[in-house]
Design a protein around this ligand. Structure first.
Ligand code: SF4
Ligand code: SF4
Length: 106
């Protein structure tokens, strides 16, 4: 796991691979997310490793670029290894990074 850069969780392929946003109900019915997933392909090899395309790691990159997600549904970040590693349960923002923006580390 990479150490944090400045106040942000690193936007790294390693962290993106651990992210579980892809199975979150918030994103489940989003056509925008689906097309980004198709465009991106494998997170470890994709040419499109950019916050606008990667459908997750919002605790690092901030709010989702896709507008058709349903942020009234439950966030599952609490079950994620990145969340636990960076102790985000103690962070000012504890959930729904896709809506509320990135976590700021102390
Ligand atoms: S804490 Fe949430 S946004 Fe961050 S990597 Fe895990 S599932 Fe993705
Ligand atoms: S940040 Fe939380 S609510 Fe948003 S997609 Fe990821 S797991 Fe779901």
């Amino acid at each position: 796991m990479n150490q944090p850069t400045g106040n942000n969780i690193p936007f790294s392929r390693e962290n993106a691979k651990k992210c579980i946003c892809w199975k979150c109900p918030v994103q489940k019915d989003s056509q925008c997310i689906k097309s980004n997933e198709e465009k991106m392909g494998d997170v470890l090899t994709t040419r499109f490793f950019e916050p606008q395309i990667v459908p997750g790691l919002y605790c690092s990159s901030g709010t989702a670029s896709c507008q058709d997600i349903d942020t009234n549904r439950s966030c599952i970040c609490g079950s994620c290894d990145v969340y636990n590693y960076f102790q985000l349960s103690k962070n000012e923002i504890k959930d729904h990074y896709c809506k509320k923006g990135s976590a700021r580390l102390a």
